[in-house]
Design a protein around this ligand. Structure first.
Ligand code: HSE
Length: 291
């Protein structure tokens, strides 16, 4: 038995997926963090949630962190008798900032650390498990690896290319959530060929804009594959994106929304009631373990 005694702390960044044209492919890690501390016990399951999700998320083994830990323990071939888990959540839930990816990645990374399992579950296997749980790789990739990630699925195999970028970010977070399931349900089964061509060019340009040509960001963040289709579920967010873009600010819907992300600082936008604004930087490290 290699289960470690004593607590393990894992910190995982918020993430923004899509970034405009890179639907289900591009992701960016941001310096806003959820943190969990977990310790193996002889039996039972104790969960404390502080901050986002407190009083809302289940406190049993259906909790997403615990579910992810248990799936990782299955792959690692061992599990502790019990767990004492404390989640300190800052990433808002249901806003398109990767809170579920953060929960999944932090759970798997914590399970691996508790089981001293780096040799049995390497980063590629960890990323695969996180993608299988989340259903797509574009948030779990930057949550795990940090920076800008291009991720894709080959058959069932998740793959990622990570890039270092530094770009100023402002996020505008509305007070009410939109479920990813609802937002995905608004997308059509097929799109016009011209729109696919449009997005392929913009997504390629966006990688160049973020790494070496920031003056291209306004063209590079245009999208025809998802934001318009989802506008009815988040009309205020859509309006804010359009208003910022008219002013020359590269703004997009973050992930499945409804948060708005702008690649800029010091923006003077009139925000609707209840919205929060955060100035963020890119996180370069991804998930980190603190023994
Ligand atoms: N690419 C995903 C979407 C991100 O837009 O639906 C949300 O998980």
């Amino acid at each position: 038995m290699t289960i470690r005694s004593g607590p393990v702390t894992v910190r995982v960044p918020a993430t923004s997926a899509n970034l405009g044209p890179g639907f289900d492919a591009l992701g960016l890690a941001l310096d806003l963090y959820d943190e969990l501390t977990v310790e193996a016990t002889e039996s039972g399951l104790h969960i404390d949630v502080i901050g986002e999700g407190a009083g809302e998320v289940p406190l049993d083994d259906s909790h997403l962190v615990v579910r992810s830990m248990n799936l990782a323990f299955d792959l690692l071939g061992e599990r502790p008798g019990g767990l004492w888990l404390t989640c300190r959540n800052v990433i808002p839930h249901g806003r398109g900032l990767g809170s579920s990816a953060a929960a999944i990645v932090s759970g798997i990374v914590a399970a691996r650390a508790l089981a001293r399992g780096e040799d049995r579950l390497d980063d590629a296997a960890l990323f695969q498990l996180a993608t299988d749980i989340e259903g797509h790789p574009d948030n779990v990739a930057p949550a795990l690896f940090g920076g800008l990630t291009i991720s894709w699925v080959d058959g069932a195999a998740a793959a990622v290319q990570r890039l270092d970028v530094q770009v100023p970010v402002t996020v505008f977070v509305p007070p009410t959530p939109v479920s990813t399931q609802e937002a995905r349900g608004l997308l059509p089964d097929s799109v016009p060929h011209g729109d696919a061509v449009f997005n392929a060019g913009r997504a390629a340009l966006l990688v160049a804009a973020l790494t070496q040509a920031p003056e291209r960001l306004i063209s590079a963040t245009e999208d025809r594959l998802h934001q318009g289709y989802r506008s009815t579920a988040m009309p205020e967010s859509y309006r804010l994106v359009r208003a910022l873009r008219v002013d020359g600010v590269p703004a997009v819907i973050s992930g499945a929304g409804p948060t708005v992300l702008a690649f800029a600082r010091g923006i003077d936008a009139a925000l609707p009631d209840g919205w929060a604004l955060h100035h963020l930087d890119v996180d370069a490290r991804g998930a980190t373990v603190h023994p």
